[in-house]
Design a protein around this ligand. Structure first.
Ligand SMILES: Cc1cc2nc3c(=O)[nH]c(=O)nc-3n(C[C@H](O)[C@H](O)[C@H](O)COP(=O)(O)O)c2cc1C
Length: 223
């Protein structure tokens, strides 16, 4: 095993569902290249988003450039910033990343984002990055209504800031995911049970394969 490491952040509350499985597959891809990985389940950690304390921007402050707010994520933020690769995996909630993932990126990235005239990043390492999105809607709907219109701004900004602070992300998608283990039990007229099942059996394995390949790619890049 090399000394290089990739952190994979699962921003879904469901550890072993669609997003979790995509994380696992990415991890297996990276591990196949002898790169260490660690999957972090954000919903296991007691933390909140940025408190706007600005200790990270205080001139000559002892915590300049880092988030020192003491809670369950502080130590991990430091470890991630010294790693080599970062994967942010999130289900789409109301056209955006989940609230936990949002809180996480505020804490991780804001200290590195300088308020100088050039908006310089002071991340100690320019980590390789990837994003995994999983969602209920299909590909056409996503690109038309989430990324092709005014609604798209939040996701585009998320991707832009990640690129700015670390490196432009590779993006892996799983569309049209299954949401329940038994569609008959829930009120869900909008989504066709048979179509979902077909997607789950035929398309999702291909999505997992894409995540695996992305893991291989990132591992090779950081080797
Ligand atoms: C609160 C909530 C909001 C959601 N909003 C959207 C949405 O706006 N668009 C969408 O395509 N899917 C939406 N979904 C569905 C999830 O994104 C999708 O099922 C995802 O794959 C779930 O990931 P998981 O299986 O890892 O939990 C929503 C789910 C929840 C629970």
């Amino acid at each position: 095993m090399s000394s290089k490491k990739i952190y994979i952040i699962n921003g879904s509350p469901r550890k072993n569902w669609n997003t979790g499985k995509m994380c696992e597959s990415f991890s297996n891809g990276a591990k196949s290249q002898n790169i260490e990985t660690e999957i972090i389940n954000l919903y296991d950690i007691d933390f909140k988003g940025c408190r706007s304390c600005f200790a990270c921007k205080l001139k000559n402050g002892k915590n300049f450039g880092k988030c020192s707010y003491p809670d369950g994520i502080t130590e991990l933020l430091e470890k991630i910033s010294m790693s080599d690769g970062l994967v942010l995996a999130s289900p789409i909630y109301f056209g955006d990343i989940t609230s936990s993932m949002r809180a996480f990126v505020e804490r991780l990235m804001f200290p590195f984002f300088q308020y100088d005239n050039n908006g310089t990043t002071i991340a100690p390492k320019r980590l390789k990055t990837a994003i995994i999105y999983t969602m209920n809607v299909d590909k056409d709907y996503f690109f038309r209504d989430y990324l092709g219109s005014e609604k798209s701004d939040t996701l585009k900004n998320f991707e832009k800031f990640l690129g700015y602070v670390f490196n432009a992300p590779d993006i892996i998608y799983a569309f049209d995911t299954y949401q329940f283990s038994d569609y008959d039990k829930y009120l869900c007229e909008r989504f066709d049970k048979i179509k979902k099942q077909k997607q789950r059996e035929e398309q999702f394995p291909k999505d997992l394969e894409k995540a695996f390949e992305a893991g291989v790619k990132m591992a090779k890049e950081i080797k």
